[in-house]
Design a protein around this ligand. Sequence first.
Ligand SMILES: Cc1ncc(C[n+]2csc(CCOP(=O)(O)OP(=O)(O)O)c2C)c(N)n1
Length: 513
Amino acid sequence: MNGAESLVHTLLKSGVEVCFSNPGTSEMHFVAALDRIPGMRCVLGLQENVVTGMADGYWRMAGKPAVTLLHCGPGLGNGFANLHNARRARSGIVNCVGDQATYHRPYDAPLTADTEGVARGVSGWMRTARRATEVGRDAAIAVQAARTAPGQVATLILPSDTCWDDGGVVADPLPVPVAQPADPLAVRNAARILREKKNVLILLGGPALFEGAQAFAWRAAQVTGHKLMAEGSNGRTQRGRGRLPLERVPYPADQAIAALSWVEHLILVNARAPVGFFAYPNMPSIHYPASAEVHVLTRYEQDAEAALRALCEELKAPAAALPDPGPRPEGARGAPTPEGLARTIASIMPEGTVIADESVSFGRGFFKETHAAAPHDWLQICGGAIGCGLPLATGAAIGAGGSRRVIGLQADGSAMYTLQALWTQAREKLPVTTILLSNRKYQILLGEYQNVGANPGRTAMDMLDLGNPDLDWVKLANGMGVEAAKATTLEACGDLLAQSFAGSGPFLIELAI
Ligand SMILES: Cc1ncc(C[n+]2csc(CCOP(=O)(O)OP(=O)(O)O)c2C)c(N)n1
């Protein structure tokens, strides 16, 4: 058995079933091993940032890692932005990068690069395999690292001779470390703050946004009369009927500061105290009042639901029915508005829909209008590196088992970074409906430009406008094997959504906004 075969056997034995790949010469033995050993679903991405984004989406829905197959430092570099987004979403990925053979590295051949240096910026765990006999062991440790709560990018760099040399040994799966229980002192402290103080905000992030944890958070908030909110960007929020109608910390700095201005105590549950995405002149970096006290109920690696349950016990909080979000919205008509589009989606999306949201500036009104939709999952871009949405939707469709409809809410500028993901959707026949929000601008940056008091002139406009030539998304999608149509009204968009739900494969709606 060679190293590559021991790698594949070990990954399979450790429960890794999907490989998102974009291979090169140094990975040919890995590819050959995948060909010989049955059991791994291999999904090709036509650019590495598609591969890494798919692996992120897969984890968010499957709750277990996929393996990537990337080519050398430059391939890893291409996949960096979506590994960054995955790191911010706290997604687990076994990130395998083939590299120059150990003895070839000193010759400084063209594809030789500082692969470890690139990996360091996004990896919670990293190792370069040294010899074939150790690759199985290294792979088992990588899976364990990827699955260690809350989840992390575990990069295993594989010099090609560690894959082709004989002597591979299959390693047994290592135990998955469970999320740590909350500190009882932190639970008692949170209970005391909630009982004794006023103007307390419980801020939820990570798995605290799953259904079970939400119910306990609601009980604790209800019995003490305090408020709950979600972080601004979240990996996966369970929403819709039967879940909490949570609002998120707004993205624009002024709105976030206003929304949090009343807070005197902030209790964090797998969340971070809100700070600005960016600094702005004369704006504070932190978005909650500087005088507010910050308390940690759980850190990222701790069990949010267990902590919130313990908090309810400490508070003797009785069971409480979740607030009624009202009737399911009706579809809207006419020119697209954020609220109207959200209502249209909410009116028809099936139970179990997964939303992959990279809607950027158009999406800010979506959340409020979808609380009364059928139960669904909402995935956001967490690291701000645009080009996440299409791959995320693709990986999520696979991670969700292939039968749940995924709706991509996709801004056009961001889509252009990783549009190759559409090809993978077509090849894998995935149930993904992309609503391509075509404003032919970098609208958010136009807003930022105007915020500094300037009006964009010709040169600025050339950097913020996507027209001239206009992108034709129907042709782009068709060219990659995805059915597509244009819509200019919400009723047309609703009809196309319904049509796509009736099919089993991908569909793209170019919605002029
Ligand atoms: C990797 C990366 N490159 C560049 C940016 C800077 N950036 C932020 S938003 C944006 C434009 C987004 O345009 P679009 O996706 O069309 O959304 P819109 O602003 O029109 O809503 C750019 C270029 C970024 N955030 N990440």
